[in-house]
Design a protein around this ligand. Structure first.
Ligand SMILES: NC(=O)c1ccc[n+]([C@@H]2O[C@H](COP(=O)([O-])OP(=O)(O)OC[C@H]3O[C@@H](n4cnc5c(N)ncnc54)[C@H](O)[C@@H]3O)[C@@H](O)[C@H]2O)c1
Length: 263
């Protein structure tokens, strides 16, 4: 039986990298994204390579849309072997200057998106009684502190602890679901252009300037490719690794934070 992978935020960047890698591994794919056109293009491309694809336009911040995604997935394939809760956006200014709309948008996609994924898919995955994986995309910023990307960091720290709790509770239950939390450093993707998917843009006229004085474009250009991230994810599933880092040298930043906590 072919394995089935569901990926949110599949139309671009890391999600797309995972879709291409999983298709190359012979899996059937459920591609979910808020952006319909690139989603359709990816479906056509992967179909041409012989992959079986279901694509479902989904806004992960809406529980009913993620539930619909799960219903369509199970109606079509009957089971899921890999769930990647990956969709994400970023928006940055001093944390006290963020609007309610900033908070609602970023929390909605990055944190509620993962929560909805877990609520809609985990009960169905448990009922399957087959080995499967959940990969939640956090970030190295879900592990460290510092100025900039305030809401983003709140959501990514949330995704890390959500994943830890999920993994521990599933293990306690003896479930066959392995959880992984992906914590990438810079990856060359469309994330700096997140505003393209922001709802009610006319009500949120502020410029996005991530990290104040840092040149984030240069930092991103020095990042790794989505294909490399997909390799890390695939290898982590093979080896049963929970914390998935793409830039192991950044563990020093985590150590520094923890040492400051326990000093
Ligand atoms: N690029 C990096 O350096 C980096 C580093 C660490 C973590 N991440 C995380 O990786 C994940 C993927 O981001 P990326 O870097 O590939 O960016 P990207 O912009 O290339 O891809 C994100 C995808 O999410 C989709 N999306 C946005 N809002 C959505 C919504 N409401 N519902 C469904 N889909 C939606 C976008 O259309 C896009 O296809 C995010 O969670 C991001 O926070 C990225």
């Amino acid at each position: 039986m072919k394995r089935v992978a569901v990926i949110t935020g599949a139309a671009s960047g890391i999600g797309r990298g995972m879709a291409e890698r999983f298709a190359a591994e012979g899996m059937s794919l459920v591609l979910a994204d808020i952006e319909e056109e690139p989603l359709g293009k990816l479906e056509t491309e992967l179909n041409r390579k012989g992959a079986t694809i279901l694509s479902v336009k989904t806004d992960v911040s809406k529980s009913e849309e993620v539930e619909y995604l799960a219903e369509r997935t199970y109606d079509t394939f009957g089971s899921v072997h890999i769930l990647c809760n990956n969709a994400g956006v970023v928006c940055s200014r001093p944390i006290w200057e963020h609007t309610i709309e900033d908070w609602e948008w970023v929390l909605g996609v990055n944190l509620w998106g993962v929560i909805h994924g877990i609520r809609s898919f985990v009960p169905r995955m448990l009922a399957q009684e087959t080995k499967c994986h959940i990969v939640n995309t956090a970030s190295i910023l879900g592990m460290v502190r510092g100025p900039g990307e305030g809401i983003y960091k709140v959501t990514k720290h949330g995704v890390v602890v959500l994943s830890e709790t999920l993994a521990d509770e599933l293990a306690q239950k003896g479930a066959e679901i392995q959880v992984h939390v992906l914590c990438p450093g810079w990856v060359r993707t469309g994330i700096l252009d997140s505003d393209r998917n922001r709802p009610n843009q006319e009500q949120n006229p502020h410029e996005v300037s991530i990290g104040g004085v840092r040149n984030v474009n240069t930092e991103m250009e020095a990042g790794i490719s989505p294909e490399e991230v997909a390799d890390h994810v695939y290898n982590a599933m093979q080896s049963g690794t929970f914390y998935v880092f793409t830039h192991p040298e950044q563990k020093a930043l985590i150590q520094n934070r923890l040492e400051n906590i326990i000093i």
